[in-house]
Design a protein around this ligand. Sequence first.
Ligand code: NAP
Ligand code: MG
Length: 488
Amino acid sequence: MGRPTNDMQLNAATPGNLLIDGHWQPASDGARFDVTDPANGEVITNVASASVDDGLAAVEAAHRAFRPWSATPPRVRGEVLRGAYELMVERGEEIAELIVRENGKTLADARGETAYAAEFFRWYAEEAVRALGSVVTAPAGGNKIIVQQQPVGVAVLVTPWNFPAAMATRKIGPALAAGCSVVLKPASDAPLTSLLIADVLEEAGAPPGVVNVLPSRRSGAVVGAMVHDPRVRKLSFTGSTQVGRILLHEAADSVVNVSMELGGNAPFVVFDDADLDAAVDGAMVAKMRNGGEACTAANRFYVQNTVAEDFSQRLTERMAALRVGSGMDPEVELGPLINEEAVLEVDRLVQMALTDGATVTTGGERLDDEGCFYPPTVLTDVPADSEILDHEIFGPVAPIVSFDTEAEAIDLANGTEYGLVAYVYTSDLARGLRVSERIEAGMVGLNRGLVSDPAAPFGGVKQSGIGREGGHEGLLEYLESKYIAADW
Ligand code: NAP
Ligand code: MG
């Protein structure tokens, strides 16, 4: 099965239009924008750019679809999601290739993302029947406390370009399982994958209006108008902390329920008792999955003094050996960054670290080939107060800082306004758990370089966000408790 993704087929599979109320349609004012391939700058296709009117039409459609969908038996909602999971698996290669084209990641990463994305539909197909409530006798004994879980209502979903499939399914899955209808606004740098996922959901039987998708170059205006519409009761956002802050202000105006999955600045802590081979393997995953363009990317390496040189050498060898090129080439291990601005920003951070006294052991200068390529880069002797450690690098750069004591490592790890994920390597279980407990992060990888799992609650503390996606917690984000005080 699976449709080929040559350019003509690409337009047939993903019509490049907005999906509103079950119809694929152009923007109300005809606006469109180009989607480009970051490996060579070529225009892949163009898509409709939703207007404010389109946003409000989508809210209207979602509002009309909400009651019937929330009244649909949970088992039936689950079966739509299960069908979507199966179609995503069947069309996996087509989806992975589309991700590579618009995002630039390697084919291996895109296949990994496709499988991960599909799993959210499978997981929430199972969770749809588990919106559990409770009945207890009030402590004073007179009456009963009945708690029922009800869908929150129309949900606006806003997603980033770095995981164009998984960030969409991680929101759509629990929303539909809970009985909510949705309007998805995908990122402008990678809108095509979400259109394909909408196509999959339609084929799996999602009724018109339950899933609406609106690519738009006018994100601020369109999302702002939707969030201010009283029919919208939920905003789930994944993206930068900067934009998250703007949306929290907007949501405050109409007291909309929010979930925020924001930026990260993950510390990767290696103690001298760690299995160094495992630590280097984990570092390669934590740093290089998605070419470093992940909110979970290891952003600061803290390595205990006695093993710092050994670790740095091994990591440098592994990084220097990576093959860089177009993600479409199956031999390639690092693709381009998403766009030219991303390359300039990564290079700016590296040059700043060098000014602060860091040493480059590999990479460190942009490649002058065509396309948005930056080489795998390792920086050693980075001063603990260097500015690069305060920024989400979002590229293939590993700054290494050495430390003396456990207490110092914890302080360094916590010295950021972010708190999404942290990685800790040690062979002392008690130390591993003690440090995990003290690190200010929503997630910890203990002797593991990968935490993402559809069955686990993903999310951050501090300025990395509010709420969780995945696991049973992810379903609760789309439900509200209804309390009924009853006498019988
Ligand atoms: P971004 O610039 O914040 O954009 C995210 C989304 O918000 C896009 O769809 C964007 O649309 C939209 N947007 C931008 N400005 C807006 C506004 N004023 N009002 C409403 N919507 C607006 O983030 P990004 O560059 O796409 O993604 C990278 C960031 O996402 C990183 O910080 C990364 O850490 C974070 N991230 C977090 C998680 C997590 O789970 N915590 C997961 C993945 C990524 P346009 O594309 O049209 O601008
Ligand atoms: Mg692009």
